[in-house]
Ligand binder design. Structure first.
Ligand SMILES: [Mn+2]
Length: 360
């Protein structure tokens, strides 16, 4: 595996490439063209400029997170082919620049949903958190307003203000889209992009829906083993793969994370590994927060997750995921330097121990 850190670009991220370069074991980043509007084609010069900047800092680009999919593609409107053509152009240009892994998601309206971005824990750190009661009490259109004050002045992926201004229209667009339609539209999209993925060996890695169930009546399909295996089968090409995100699949306690990993052998192209701490596991009063990566700080056995990745021969990019905000840092919630660096060091430690204990 290749340990990486997500980086939003020098104009958007509080963390610098120089800082990332000093995290032991991290030699590459997962990045994006954060300011290209969803649906527009990525130009080769823009990709090359980004690559040059990363390489000048002594790092490389291990993949893209994300090339976002336009809502017209997810909904399957008459304009979807136009947007898919643009997506293909972006993939082609990434391939020409020797970038071979692309993370994306197929979530309607909201990329991910948390009800607090800065819940204070006993040690004084702050974390992202979710409570079912808060979600049940809120009108979806007001979701953005309820959390925007906690974004530390950053723009969070999937919650861009200009997008959230149109949230009512977005809900309207998805009115007739149920899970089956969403599966059909995903299949259509994948079938159209697979030729360019094959030509340039681009591994597509779909990110799970977070949380892994339907919220606000919107359909959600990338949520469990059954659905993800259905997706692999419906477009059976090794380039059609997944981002295994333990923190997203893990929101649903029915998901057996190591078992899911083992069932996806050869199709996990990217891994997000983080822990969650469940305060309440009761569906009606579900409450979880994004703990430190360490097994003992949360609900998941991180050793078992890393071991499952090792067992299937995973050799793609991996990254620590949302970190706590610690040591007075001010950054995009979940994306500070310190706790993610601790996460990377911890996951590297687990990996080294697993490798050495199995090579004897
Ligand atoms: Mn993730």
């Amino acid at each position: 595996m290749e340990m990486t850190l997500r980086w939003y670009g020098s104009r958007f991220d509080t963390v610098t490439l120089e800082q990332i370069r000093q995290i032991p074991g991290v030699r590459s980043v997962i990045t994006t063209l954060y300011d290209v509007p969803v649906g527009e084609a990525w130009k080769r010069e823009q990709i090359r400029a980004l690559k040059d900047e990363v390489e000048a800092a002594g790092l490389s680009i291990a993949g893209i997170e994300s090339v976002n999919v336009h809502d017209d593609i997810k909904v399957g409107t008459g304009r979807r082919d136009e947007y898919i053509d643009n997506y293909i152009e972006s993939l082609e240009n990434l391939g020409k620049e020797d970038i071979h892994m692309v993370c994306y998601n197929f979530m309607p309206v909201f990329d991910w949903t948390r009800t607090e971005l800065a819940r204070k824990r006993a040690d004084g750190s702050t974390v992202l958190a979710y409570t079912q009661k808060a979600v049940d009490a809120i009108v979806p259109e007001k979701m953005f307003d309820s959390i925007k004050g906690e974004m530390n002045g950053t723009v969070m992926p999937g919650w861009e203000p200009e997008r959230m201004e149109h949230v009512k229209e977005l809900f309207e667009m998805y009115r007739d889209v149920d899970e089956e339609r969403l599966f059909d539209n995903l299949k259509y999209f994948l079938e159209r992009i697979m030729p360019v993925c094959n030509k340039y060996d681009i591994r597509m890695a779909i990110h799970p829906d977070d949380p892994a169930w339907s919220v606000f009546g919107l359909p959600r399909i990338i949520i469990n083993k059954e659905n993800i295996l259905r997706m692999m089968k419906m477009v059976d090409d090794p380039h059609n793969g997944v981002t295994f995100c333990s923190g997203s699949y893990g929101t649903n306690l029915q998901n057996d994370l190591p078992d899911m990993i083992r069932s996806l052998k050869g199709r996990i192209h990217f891994a997000h590994v983080r822990n969650l701490s469940f305060i309440s596991k009761e569906p009606g009063s579900l409450d979880f927060e994004e703990a430190a990566h360490l097994s003992s700080d949360g609900t998941f056995d991180m050793y078992e997750i890393m071991k499952a990745l090792y067992d299937i021969g995973f050799d793609g990019p991996i990254r620590p995921d949302h970190g706590r905000m610690i040591w007075g840092e001010k950054a995009m919630p979940g994306y500070g330097l310190y706790d993610r660096a601790l996460g990377a060091a911890y996951l590297n430690g687990l990996w080294e121990a697993i490798c050495k204990s199995h090579s004897k």
